[in-house]
Design a protein around this ligand. Structure first.
Ligand code: SF4
Length: 338
């Protein structure tokens, strides 16, 4: 395996598990989310997304930017000092909520979500920050990656396929180093209390974690890799009894090989689809012909209601709905060096 390093701004991983796993669930879902372009779409876009973002995702994004800023706040230019600061984290939550204002369907909901994310962040800082009962520092410090804090770092693995250029990427919310020099990836999640148990179970098998663990092993061979820490913040309890769950996940070598083989199979299918679509002028009609996309309850509702559900209720008119009720996704380029 060869590697790529590419620090990038907040957002989803460019060619990460979401990208590949969407293809397994439904090829049309993958096509609409990552490839489809309407005639009016700006050049730097690919795929479509719903005009309004579900609130649980918005709260998650607000907490994420707060936590990202929190883990950067103690960096003195060359190392983690442990002097984490809540003020810039709360400011970052407000700034992001302003930038993404159009994604809320009501101003009051937006204000409620800012308050919730700020409360979660404050409780988090009190728990894991300076003088907190479970403070990260000095046992865990933000890892120094080429002189920068390893926060929101995107790592990539060359899949080494004959067609060339295929990469699997993973973004780590933060990479921590413990007192023994062992590295730990950390992934922040916000969750409803009733879903915590199933979430923790899910990560035993989850491809996102497998990808992150694989990328850590691949990129930092001179360090021992402790695992990926899933860092769950329970939303419902924010104002009363805050609740946090951290669990460590690792993978075996056979699991990693099986995972990479699976990603290569998906990548090959993506190349095949792209090839088929470029041969015809009307991507929509061709997509419905060549993609595996027969609606069924498990596929369309099993992971929560698919964003494109209304389009598939009546595909005759679905394309019009797509062009009017969805907006183009701004392209996220892959790692700069592989
Ligand atoms: S609604 Fe169902 S068939 Fe349509 S894109 Fe979504 S998962 Fe695929």
């Amino acid at each position: 395996m060869t590697h790529s390093f590419s620090p990038r701004p907040a957002g989803g991983s460019a060619r990460g598990w979401s990208y590949y796993s969407a293809l397994s669930n439904c090829e049309l879902q993958w096509f609409l989310k990552y490839l489809y372009r309407s005639k009016e779409a700006p050049p730097k876009s690919t795929g479509m997304e719903a005009r309004f973002t579900p609130r649980h995702l918005l709260v998650g994004s607000l907490f994420h930017i707060g936590a990202e800023t929190w883990y950067r706040s103690s960096w003195d230019g060359s190392q983690d000092t442990g002097a984490y600061n809540l003020d810039p984290a709360i400011d970052a939550i407000h700034t992001l909520a302003t930038e993404r204002e159009a994604e809320w369907s009501s101003p009051n909901e937006r204000l409620d979500d800012i308050a919730l994310a700020s409360s979660l962040m404050t409780h988090y800082g009190q728990r894991f920050g300076p003088n907190g009962p479970e403070q990260d520092y000095p046992n865990y410090r933000v890892f120094n990656f080429n002189g920068l804090p390893a926060v929101e770092l995107e790592l990539g693995i060359d899949l080494e396929m004959a067609t060339g250029g295929e990469v699997f990427t993973s973004k780590l919310d933060v990479i921590l180093m413990d007192n023994n020099g062992v590295l730990w990836g950390m992934e922040h999640k916000t969750s409803a209390a009733r879903r915590v148990h199933s979430q923790l179970q899910k990560f035993n098998m989850d491809g996102q974690v497998t990808g992150q663990y694989t990328n850590l092993l691949s990129h930092f061979p001179s360090h021992q890799i402790g695992g990926v820490i899933i860092n769950i913040v329970v939303k419902d309890a924010a104002k009363t009894k805050p609740s946090f769950h951290r669990r460590i996940y690792t993978r075996t070598e056979p699991q990693i090989q099986q995972f990479l083989d699976s990603v290569r199979i998906k990548s090959a299918r993506i190349n095949q689809i792209k090839d088929g679509l470029t041969k015809t002028p009307d991507q929509w009609d061709t997509a419905l012909t060549i993609l595996d996309c027969t609606p069924n309850a498990e596929r369309c509702y099993g992971m929560g209601k698919c964003d494109f559900f209304e389009i598939c209720l009546d595909r005759e008119v679905g394309r019009r709905i797509l062009d009017t009720s969805f907006i183009p996704r701004v392209r996220v380029d892959g790692p700069t060096a592989v």
